[in-house]
Design a protein around this ligand. Structure first.
Ligand code: FAD
Length: 293
């Protein structure tokens, strides 16, 4: 089923992001963790592609198994910046042949080794080029794109970031998923701005439960996200106790999700980091909220 259909419903729901194993030997343990999350019957699960230095070899296997073995709709991520047209074309075909109907079309971060290269020679400069190729592939995919409530780190300013986002959506994105954020007001402000700019597709907010103090540094590095004082106070007070920080991180993410639901968002995407414990806790915290929403 296409995610554009799922995202049309008014039912409150959660979806989860997982990442594929980095080594062959960790395939089974990662797949088991992913399946534990799938048992929560989320609205869909996304599987990253080479994000944060990880590999892409198993993205498709994991995405295919989530759907085939657990009946949960999956979204296969695909990046393009360091790929050729031929490899991307082959991967699009593989995704179709695996029975997956949804692709998250991403540029990917520019590798250090390519930063000073002549970009005019690249097959792909931006995600919009991949969105176009997927739409022109002849397969009927539902296509997602990434968006950044606190603007993409490479962007000159918010106005140009939103203008390029509008072009990407117009090229064929059926929905958008946001980068993580820790202050919901930033998301509400972003939604107001993109709606004003004429972007009307569903936007799925991405929530990252920060469950240990080290994760904060990494989250800021990856996303440039603003960490509100309210959250920093929790880290200052409880960061040195892993069990207390775990509880605080889950509670903070739960609180963000409830506020999003209360403000009209119907599907929230949780960056579950292959952690079934965290996914289950958040799922349980919201059981009544979701069934009554
Ligand atoms: P783009 O949409 O191409 O935007 C990148 C930058 O270029 C932005 O600053 C944009 O404003 C600018 N831009 C766009 N078009 C133009 C233009 N025509 N001219 C000039 N500037 C332009 N990375 C992975 O490697 N694997 C993953 O699985 C993955 N999943 C992600 C999922 C989500 C929800 C998010 C938010 C990010 C994910 N990323 C992933 C990270 C992403 O690849 C990086 O943030 C990357 O730097 C940008 O990708 P993009 O698709 O947003 O790029």
């Amino acid at each position: 089923m296409k995610l554009s259909e799922i995202l049309k419903t008014d039912n409150l729901s959660l979806s989860y992001e997982v990442f594929p194993p980095k080594t062959d030997s960790s395939f089974d343990s990662v797949q088991n963790a992913v399946f534990e999350i799938a048992k929560l019957k989320p609205s869909f699960m996304s599987v990253t592609y080479g994000a944060g230095g990880g590999t892409s070899k198993y993205t498709l296997d994991i995405a295919k198994n989530i759907k085939a073995l657990h009946g949960v709709e999956s979204l296969a991520h695909l990046t393009c910046v360091s790929s050729t047209k031929e490899t991307v074309r082959a991967q699009i075909e593989n995704i179709h042949n695996a029975g997956i109907e949804n692709i998250m079309a991403l540029r990917g971060d520019i590798p250090e080794s390519m930063k000073n290269a002549d970009r005019s020679r690249w097959d792909y400069n931006f995600a919009i080029d991949l969105v176009r190729d997927i739409k022109e592939s002849g397969y009927d995919f539902c296509v997602g794109g990434a968006c950044y409530p606190e603007i993409h780190p490479e962007s000159f300013n918010r106005k140009t970031d939103i203008a390029y986002l509008k072009e990407k959506v117009d090229a064929g994105c059926d929905f958008l998923t946001t980068q993580m954020f820790f202050d919901n007001n930033i998301l509400y402000n972003f939604l107001y701005k993109i709606r004003e700019a004429g972007i009307t597709v569903p936007v799925v907010p991405g929530i990252m439960p920060i469950t240990n103090a080290n994760q904060i540094k990494r989250a800021i590095q990856l996303s440039d996200s603003h960490i509100p004082q309210r959250f920093m106070a929790l880290v200052d007070m409880f960061g040195s106790s892993p069990s207390a920080m775990l509880q605080c991180g889950i509670a903070y993410a739960t609180d963000q999700i409830i506020d999003l639901y209360a403000n009209g968002i119907t599907n929230v995407h949780v960056y579950s980091m292959n952690n079934p414990f965290v996914a289950l806790k958040i799922h349980n915290n919201l059981s009544e909220v979701v069934s009554n929403g």
